[in-house]
Design a binder for this molecule. Sequence first.
Ligand SMILES: Nc1nc2c(ncn2[C@@H]2O[C@H](COP(=O)(O)OP(=O)(O)O)[C@@H](O)[C@H]2O)c(=O)[nH]1
Ligand SMILES: [Mg+2]
Length: 207
Amino acid sequence: MKRMYPRFLKSATAASQFPPPGPPEIAFLGRSNVGKSSLMNALLGSKQAHTSSTPGRTRAINFFALTDAPPRRDQPGRHAQLMFADLPGYGYAKLSKSVSAQWPEFIEPYLRDRPTLALCVCLVDSTIPPKASDAQLVEFLSSVGRNFLVAGTKADRLSGNGRAQALASLRAAFGAEHVLLCSAKTGAGTKELWQAIRDAAEIGPPR
Ligand SMILES: Nc1nc2c(ncn2[C@@H]2O[C@H](COP(=O)(O)OP(=O)(O)O)[C@@H](O)[C@H]2O)c(=O)[nH]1
Ligand SMILES: [Mg+2]
């Protein structure tokens, strides 16, 4: 799989700071520690992408522009094919169809209104039973008509039988067609995830 090259665009903590809608955008959501940074790095094949450990950026939406060729100094504004949006990770305990107390107020409008948002990748730890809060997030995304995918993370920690059970319980919770298992550690599932991203963004296979 030919890689894509991420370029950090900006960190936004208000709707007025979102970059202008451009190419199709993929949002990554999940509770802290679910493995979001690891999985994004596995998808991008780089450690430069994730900035969530940078102070001040953890409560922000971090936007990345992706191109299918390395950035060139002489073409700084090179056309991006895709955008990744790394959303703040923490408990969704209070998330509901109405505004959440814990969820920064710009997140819900982002998920509801962002015109170029093509897919929400919801990360759920496959090694523990799905949480009610994960279901609430997915319910919210469904209620606003968003295309979503549930990626069960850390699947390398499960045995073959454990993976089958985890897949079954995630499918029962979120709908079979929306679920896949992955591992940032082994790379398992990342090809399928890329395919789902490309399908949602309606961009062709890598050249
Ligand atoms: N075994 C295993 N551990 C993982 C995987 N992905 C993340 N982790 C571990 O889970 C912890 C949280 O990962 P991180 O990517 O920082 O989570 P984030 O808070 O969602 O960004 C770290 O200790 C990672 O090493 C995975 O695919 N397999
Ligand atoms: Mg992180």
